[in-house]
Design a protein around this ligand. Structure first.
Ligand code: 6R9
Length: 648
């Protein structure tokens, strides 16, 4: 079977920043002489003191160290705000679209953004937040989330955003791991017509944290909340009296800008640390070229600022480029499945970036929800977070894009800071389901999974690794550099290992095949199966649990749990419900199990290792191909699991 290929539309290429010839020239230059390439492109942002050193990076286990522009001095918030004021102070920086379609959208100009961020920064200072301190942000998609991020950046504090869908426990763990001084939250968060009691979650979380942690509260809805005097602070009230002038603090390029916790195959979520200089250069450059962003365009990324996509492509990338970025409080299906397209029409969106899971959910609702709206301003579509299946790609292309907008399928990770494999819309022919080619400076390689040998044939399949550093790369795991080295540089010596499997076709285009570790991708959210397992076994009635992913029509992957109960406990529908609620409260709604199978025993090797390969196969309803079961301690448990499988 040959893959469908969509050549670059000529009129698009003619107007694009990067066409095919330019891509090839720039890419070649970027890998031949990275120092020279990034010395030039590092200048796209403003430096208080220019860098003289460009790249000092080492992937050798035991010595891993990543530094870019290391003697440069800058301020990220000044790059996202101040430097635009002279030329585009009255241009809209952020369009905020509220959950309720009839409520008023906000158009926040760069001048207004400047005033808000300066005031917010002064509030942080008044609460004793200093350079290098950690500030945890637990906010919904409201402008204050962007103000808080940029205010931290302005004074050199390190923000750590916790997605508002996470539970109090998950929030407390992240506050404690980063030893944060301050938590920023809101009273309640409207989403899809319902309200989440964020402040009440924060109250519960803070019970498990140092009593020195203060809590800034954004009164967003005005809903009543509890109030702890001496700990809780009304941010909006303080902003009114704070000075609108807070000089941006000069920061070193390598000073951390933020921490973002993400799931891995083992252990607790890790605090991914990103830098100030290299990260911003990379976020801004990828935003401009991948989306072919031009002056005056209205750009919308539907992600949440709680994920890396929201960091790089709602806030830092677009604002560093002086762009107009849409921030959406709601969900794709409220008040109905036409909301995305209603917002595109209303704000004349030019670039639209979303996740395959949203596309799959919407395509099932019928084309009339799209066709009602005028989408003629759209120039480009994008996807991120998981592989996109050709059916969803075709629907996105034909129904949303009317067959004439390029679709950029961007592969990257929390760890990479920005796009790694992606078409550039004026340069790259598209293939549904392929993230196509590397971005400038990115050297992808396929490795033989078992030997770690680099595969040099063009058409091949292997695990995906990256050969050399790029400016947006994470610098460390917060508080645990050894874990950083072990996770990404130990399995395959000398490379950054992505954890993804990948195929390269005869044209050299890359196709991500999914994770090769125990990480699953549920609705584009990354989750360690180990986290769900430890939540399950924390329940008094659960003796043991094993969690795997299985194919799910809308979510991409669903969460399949095998649960062994304590002696004497009886399985029941009620207990199933109870466990589902339990995991929701332990981790958050995104981790709620889809299927729970009672497992009297789990397939184990004689040394006691759970054989997940077998559990995955059963969950996929593909037990004809169980592979080698000869190392099982008790093969009969497998028959029982097959007999009672949940996904058939
Ligand atoms: C940005 C983001 C990273 C994991 C990654 C991979 C999967 C992301 C993808 C994709 C196929 C794409 N992934 N983009 N798979 N095609 N275009 O999603 O970061 O939450 O850290 O997830 O997501 O498996 O390793 P993060």
């Amino acid at each position: 079977m040959t893959d469908a290929v969509y050549p670059v539309p000529e009129d698009f290429a003619a107007k694009a920043h990067i066409d095919a010839a330019k891509y090839q020239d720039m890419y070649d230059a970027s890998v031949k002489d990275p120092e020279a390439f990034w010395a030039e492109h590092g200048k796209r942002i403003d430096w208080i003191e220019p860098f003289t050193k460009v790249k000092d990076t080492n992937f050798k286990l035991g010595e891993v160290s990543i530094k870019w522009f290391e003697d440069g001095v800058l301020n990220v918030s000044a790059n996202c705000i101040d430097r635009h004021l002279a030329t585009r102070g009255e241009q809209t920086a952020i369009i905020w679209e509220p959950d309720e379609p009839d409520a008023e959208a906000l158009h926040i100009t760069y001048n207004e953004l400047s005033e808000k961020v300066n005031r917010f920064a002064n509030v942080l200072l008044s609460q004793g937040v200093m350079r290098g301190d950690r500030v945890v942000i637990y906010l919904p998609m409201i402008p204050e989330a962007a103000y808080a991020m940029l205010a931290c950046a302005r004074i050199g504090a390190i923000h750590s955003i916790v997605f508002a869908g996470f539970s109090p426990d998950a929030l407390a763990n992240r506050i404690n791991d980063s030893e944060a001084k301050l938590l920023i939250t809101a009273d309640t968060a409207p989403r899809g017509g319902r309200r989440t009691a964020l402040k009440s979650n924060a109250d519960q979380a803070l019970l498990h944290c140092s009593d020195k942690v203060r809590c800034l509260v954004v009164k967003h809805t005005g809903d009543q909340t509890t109030w702890v005097d001496g700990r809780d602070v009304d941010v909006k009230a303080l902003m009114e009296t704070a000075s609108p002038d807070c000089p941006p603090r000069p920061m070193n390029a390598e000073d951390p800008l933020f921490i973002l916790y993400t799931s891995g195959s083992t252990g607790k979520p890790k605090g991914v640390v990103h830098s100030s200089g290299g990260y911003l250069v990379y976020a801004a450059m990828t935003h401009q070229y991948t989306f072919d962003y031009h002056e005056g365009d209205v750009y919308w990324c539907t992600a949440d600022v709680g994920w890396v996509t929201g960091h790089s492509y709602i806030v830092y990338g677009p604002l560093a480029n002086g762009g107009t970025t849409v921030m959406f409080e709601g969900v794709p299906t409220y008040p109905d499945a036409g909301r995305f397209w209603a917002v595109c029409e209303k704000h004349k969106v030019n670039q639209f970036y979303t996740a395959p899971t949203a596309i799959r959910a919407l395509m099932g609702q019928g084309n009339e929800f799209v066709e009602k709206y005028d989408l003629s301003d759209l120039k480009l579509l994008g996807t991120v977070g998981e592989p996109i299946n050709p059916e969803a790609w075709n629907w996105y292309n034909e129904v949303v894009g009317k067959g004439s907008r390029p679709i950029v399928d961007t592969w990257w990770q929390t760890e990479t800071g920005g796009h790694m494999l992606t078409p550039l819309p004026g340069a790259t022919a598209l293939k549904p389901g392929s993230a196509t080619k590397p971005f400038f400076g990115v050297q992808p390689v396929l490795l033989e999974a078992t030997t770690g040998e680099e595969i040099h044939e063009t058409a091949a399949e292997g695990v995906l690794a990256i050969k050399d550093s790029w400016p947006g790369q994470m610098r460390s795991v917060w508080g645990d550099h050894e874990r950083f080295e072990k996770t990404y540089f130990a399995d395959y010596k000398g490379y950054y290992f992505s954890g993804d499997g990948c195929r390269r076709d005869a044209d050299g285009d890359y196709w991500i095949t999914g994770r090769v570790d125990d990480v699953i991708n549920v609705s584009g959210h990354r989750m360690g199966t180990a986290e769900v397992e430890s939540a399950l076994v924390a329940h008094a009635k659960v003796a043991e649990a094993a969690v795997v992913g299985y194919p799910h029509d809308i979510k991409g992957q669903g969460i399949y749990c095998y649960v062994t109960l304590m002696n004497g406990e009886e399985p029941s529908e009620e207990l199933r419900k109870e466990l589902r609620t339990w995991v929701r409260t332990e981790i958050g709604p995104i981790a709620a199990p889809d299927l729970i199978q009672w497992a009297p025993g789990l397939p184990k090797t004689r040394s006691g290792k759970i054989m997940r390969r077998i559990l995955r196969k059963i969950a996929e309803d593909d037990f004809g191909a169980l592979g080698d079961t000869s190392t099982l301690a008790d093969p009969s448990v497998v028959d029982d699991l097959i007999e009672n499988r949940m996904n058939r």
